[in-house]
Ligand binder design. Structure first.
Ligand SMILES: C[S@@+](CC[C@H](N)C(=O)[O-])C[C@H]1O[C@@H](n2cnc3c(N)ncnc32)[C@H](O)[C@@H]1O
Length: 225
């Protein structure tokens, strides 16, 4: 939240679009804690349904949208935030160009993601090495994201890497893998998946206090229109 408020122009009545908002993991705290007018947009009705249920304060405007072809008029928002979205589409530049169009002059784009150079070393890719070939095709590096932003017309493009600790224990991370929470785990074959889980479990029982099992390196790339 601190980084989001740091990067986004300050002022009253800021209109922020959370693109590919999923179940509102960010849209809801951005609206409640930072006080922006937030639109959470996603192309999955199922995700939006869950988001609406979580949004007790009802501060977010939930909207069904395809991020590659937004229905908003030009210059509709002061800021666009997106998290783990670009690797879901064949041409991420379609999304970034739409962001440029719907942002007001001076507006900010902020992308939160695991860049290819960082995710390569995380537990999901180490224990399930078959995921690498899929992610190498769809997951951009930091430099590629920065290039996409500049090509679409954004200025002041820069990235910051944070180490986040989203997992309270290694077992919670393992449970996420078992449920294929990381979408690339749905792409590998069943025997690779089972072998990976076995290695993951063994590693946890031999190294229960390894901090690597709890952390993710996350990049925030921002730019100004
Ligand atoms: C990995 S989830 C991230 C959700 C949320 N931003 C977060 O970080 O918790 C990716 C989300 O992007 C959505 N998505 C994928 N392609 C999309 C598209 N073309 N337009 C809008 N949303 C899309 C999915 O439905 C999903 O909710």
């Amino acid at each position: 939240m601190n980084l989001i408020s740091e990067r986004i122009i300050s002022g009253q009545n800021i209109e922020l679009l959370d693109l590919g908002c999923g179940t509102g993991r960010f849209s809801i705290p951005i609206a409640n804690r930072l006080g922006y007018h937030v639109t959470g947009a996603d192309n999955s009705e199922e995700m939006l349904l869950k988001a609406r249920k979580k949004d007790g304060a009802k501060r977010v405007n939930w909207d069904m949208q395809d991020a590659t072809l937004l229905s908003y008029p030009d210059a509709s928002f002061d800021a666009i935030f997106m998290s783990h979205l670009l690797h879901h589409v064949d041409n991420p530049s379609d999304i970034v160009e739409e962001c440029y169009r719907v942002l007001r002059p001076g507006g900010t784009i902020l992308n939160r993601y695991g860049s290819m150079e960082d995710i390569r070393g995380d537990p999901e890719h180490k224990f399930f090495p078959e995921t690498i070939e899929f992610d190498e095709v769809r997951t951009p590096t930091r430099k590629q994201v920065e290039e996409l932003f500049r090509k679409a017309g954004f200025n002041n493009v820069s990235s910051k890497v944070l180490v986040e600790q989203p997992y309270p224990s290694p077992e919670v991370r393992l449970r996420g893998a078992e449920l294929k929470f990381t979408s690339v785990l749905t792409l590998i074959n069943q025997s690779a998946f089972e072998k990976g889980l076995e290695n993951f479990r063994k590693y946890i029982s031999n190294n229960p206090n390894d901090q690597w099992l709890l952390e993710d390196k996350i990049t925030f790339t921002s730019g100004k229109k």
